[in-house]
Design a protein around this ligand. Structure first.
Ligand code: ZN
Length: 257
């Protein structure tokens, strides 16, 4: 379960609009010179507005640059460290199942299992939390952004009001994270036998603000009684953890889904 408001990708449209405004001022430079001769103060005000618009436009371009140009970015599969993020913690219990442990406990246990497997496979692992305490989302992302050659994996379990929905889904934001998402999703579906809800692009905070390849795994619904029965067992979570780890290792090997 992801408890946050999704950030929408509206910035590019706003920037295109501002670019049109600036080009309009630039296209009317003869009018501008005429205004300057007639009223210097008005002309200076127009120039100032154009400059402010230009600065705003350029600052916006920096935030969208990540997804426009792959130059200088960490290539998919090029990592030796994995940041494992156990969702929720402390006062934030996450999803609460009718029977059994809350999501925060399930995510921590699964994250520990994934970490163990990856370490035994020779990868360096950094955990965003190692106990039952709360870590703000920006600090989780900061751990990832402060490191080089890493991928970020956030572990969650799902919950909805109805008891019927089930299955696993993996979220990504940056297109360069889509192969990592697909590798994990394929392995989890194959080994757990869960319903395949697919990989989906969403602007969740820990994905959108991450400068490294990042995915968020929803490994099953605690609101579905039969799925929850499996998720509440160590053996069930071990199978999911092994599948997530297998997907990460497939990504490192450069496997295309
Ligand atoms: Zn969650």
């Amino acid at each position: 379960m992801v408890c946050e408001i999704e950030t929408k990708m509206i910035a590019p449209a706003a920037h295109r609009f501002l670019l049109c405004c600036i080009l309009h001022v630039w296209g009317c430079r003869e009018d501008f010179m005429e205004t300057y001769r007639a009223n210097r103060h008005l002309a200076r005000l127009q120039a100032l507005i154009a400059c402010v618009l230009a600065v705003f436009l350029l600052s916006g371009c920096q935030t969208t640059e990540t997804f426009r140009s792959p130059r200088g970015l960490q290539a998919a599969g090029d990592f030796n460290t994995v940041v494992i993020d156990a969702g929720h913690g402390g006062h934030d219990s996450g999803a609460k199942s009718a029977k059994g442990a809350p999501e925060k406990q399930l995510t921590l246990d699964t994250a520990r299992r994934v970490s163990r497997i990856l370490r035994s496979s020779g990868l360096r692992v950094v955990e965003t939390r190692s106990g039952d305490y709360f870590i703000p989302l920006d600090q989780r992302v900061a751990r990832s952004n402060s490191l080089r050659n890493v991928v970020f994996i956030s572990i969650h379990y799902n919950w909805v009001k109805k008891s019927k929905p089930s299955g696993v889904e993996t979220f990504f934001y940056s297109p360069r994270s889509s192969r990592l998402a697909a590798n994990i999703q394929r392995e989890v579906v194959k080994n757990s036998g869960s319903l395949n809800r697919g990989i989906k692009q969403r602007g969740f905070y820990v994905l959108k603000n991450n400068k490294r390849p990042a995915v968020l795994c929803e490994l099953g619904f605690v609101s579905n009684p039969s799925e929850n029965r499996i998720l509440q067992t160590g053996a069930g979570r071990q199978r999911l953890a092994e599948s997530v780890a297998r997907g990460i290792l497939a990504e490192k090997a450069g496997r295309n889904p």
